[in-house]
Design a protein around this ligand. Structure first.
Ligand code: HSE
Length: 394
């Protein structure tokens, strides 16, 4: 049995309630929620009012609370809470991917300076224990790539529109009603949420801190029936894929974009709110992890796992920081893409390094060709109205 944990919980939304349920139905951990800090004074809540406070310092400065669990969706306020707690000697568990991705380097330094621990398994791929797996299992492995489906909401939308012919808006509404989506669903469908998770995994896998704003993310908002029809005819599914991979001994690249996936890929059968992660390494070769990536209980179970790990004084060691020091991020790589555009006058051959196939008809124009990742990111040409980009290949 580990030490007794007295939790100060921030937030009682979908994940906070999920954690409460999971904790109350779990054995083998001595943890209890002492107090919950919430923002909205008017909301009806399922627990007695004595549990709640509107003053964050009732938790942060409470000597009987020895673990802060931060589950709010405001990344800026989460930053204030988490840094205050660490600086004042309290360990923290959080599920906030934006907070971690945007302040990763600082938060790692803060853990080193204070000796406190910050755990965030629930921030990446919900119930899949991918951070701890990379930290512990792959500590000595030479990693080649980490990629997959990291956002449950966009995968839910892609699954429902693709397989069941649902309209996009209906699928998005359902993803929101089921508690999968962010408060601002642009973060999901625009590929930002997946990017934050990718940035976090990049640090753990390759010891490289990349700022989210330096990473290309292309979402699924502009997907239309022509793209779906094209994919179906070729036997593909369209998935939103974040990936980081080595392109040389000392270089990696990373980006998030829709991709055609064949039925030979493990990701082909990852549907709805499920996430999947494929890790490729020099000696263990390819391994695949699959599980629910969103929702109160799956995410709550990852939070509880961190709480249990905390009771045994577990901390991330960030091993790859030492092993891979000197590794750099490059956007100077060629990608093969499908580019759908609105009308033939819009087509500019010079935007492509090479072109393999081109189709123009009354209502559907596309080209398959190679482009530079840096051009995709920097050139507005690829985000013009009526266009859509999907990566070809694995
Ligand atoms: N909005 C996120 C998703 C929640 O849909 O995956 C889990 O991080």
């Amino acid at each position: 049995m580990g030490k007794e944990i007295n939790i100060g919980l921030f937030g009682f939304g979908c994940v906070g309630k999920g954690l409460y349920d999971v904790l109350n139905n779990s054995k083998g951990i001595s943890a209890n929620i002492k107090k919950i800090a919430v923002k909205n004074r008017d909301k009806k809540r399922s627990l007695p009012s004595e549990y709640f406070t509107f003053n964050k310092y009732d938790l942060l400065d409470n000597p009987s609370i020895n673990l802060i669990v931060e589950l709010i969706d405001d990344a800026e306020e989460a930053y204030n809470i988490v840094t205050y707690a660490l600086k004042n000697g309290k360990n923290v568990v959080t599920a906030n991917k934006k907070l971690i991705a945007e302040h990763m380097e600082e938060l790692v330094s803060l853990q080193n300076e204070t000796g406190c621990s910050l755990l965030y398994e629930a921030a990446v791929c919900g119930s899949i224990p991918i951070i701890r797996t990379i930290e512990e299992y792959y500590v000595t492995e030479l990693l080649y790539s980490v990629q997959g489906i990291f956002n449950g909401s966009s995968n839910y939308i892609l699954s429902k529109t693709f397989a069941e012919g649902w309209p996009y808006d209906k699928a998005l509404k359902e993803a929101q009603d089921l508690g999968f989506a962010e408060t601002d669903p642009t973060l999901d469908v625009g590929g930002f949420d997946a990017k934050y998770k990718l940035v976090i995994l990049t640090a753990h896998s390759f010891g490289l801190y990349v700022r989210p704003e330096d990473v290309f993310n292309y979402g699924i908002q502009n997907l239309n029936m022509c793209d779906i029809q094209y994919a179906k005819e070729k036997g593909y599914k369209i998935k939103l894929i974040p990936k980081v991979y080595r392109v040389g001994e000392n270089e990696v690249t990373l980006y998030v974009m829709p991709q055609f996936v064949t039925n030979e890929s493990n990701l082909y059968r990852v549907d709805n709110e499920y996430n999947g992660v494929t890790v490729e390494a020099a000696f263990s070769d390819k391994q695949f992890f699959r599980g629910k990536g969103a929702g109160g209980h799956p995410t709550g179970s990852a939070v509880l796992s961190d709480i249990a790990a905390n009771s045994y004084n577990y901390k991330y060691e960030y091993h790859k920081n030492d092993i891979n020091s000197g590794i750099e991020y490059t956007r100077n790589i060629e990608l093969e893409i499908y580019f759908r555009y609105m009308n033939p006058e819009q087509f500019e051959k010079s935007k492509f390094i090479s072109i393999k196939e081109k189709h123009e008809s009354q209502d559907f124009n596309y080209v398959i060709g190679k482009v530079l990742l840096s051009d995709l990111m920097d050139d507005d040409y690829f985000s013009q109205e009526g266009s859509f980009v999907i990566q070809i290949g694995d």
